[in-house]
Design a protein. Structure first.
Length: 119
């Protein structure tokens, strides 16, 4: 499984940004995909996940109402729409895939895309 993330950048507080992650190497049927992030000096943390088949989503409390995860099965791509960005959202965002769960123990990781939010 290969995961290619993109879309990060430097934005200001309150701005929006959309991350994309293209998957390849196998079908994602019955798998879960999602995003984790790691800020400087902090541990990696869960952001959001989605089931490939049904599109059922799950969010960390600190992004609920601001971030939206989605998938386009025809394009083998998942997205993370981030609105109302805050400086504390600054982190390296990783696209992650696993047959069972999205967390720090998930099996496949992309290379990460940097999101920086200035105050």
């Amino acid at each position: 499984v290969q995961l290619q993330a993109s879309g990060g950048g430097l934005v200001q507080t309150g701005d929006s940004l959309t991350l994309s992650c293209v998957t390849s190497g196998r079908t994602m049927t019955n798998w879960r995909l999602g995003w984790l992030r790691q800020a400087p000096g902090k541990e990696r943390e869960f952001v959001a996940s989605i089931t490939w088949n049904l599109g059922t989503s799950n969010y960390a409390d600190h992004v609920k109402g601001r971030f939206t995860i989605s998938r386009d099965r025809a394009k083998n791509t998942i997205y993370l729409q981030m609105n109302g960005l805050k400086p504390e959202d600054t982190a390296l965002y990783y696209c992650v895939a696993d047959p069972l769960a999205i967390n720090t123990q998930s099996r496949y990781w992309g290379q990460g895309t940097q999101v920086t939010v200035s105050s």
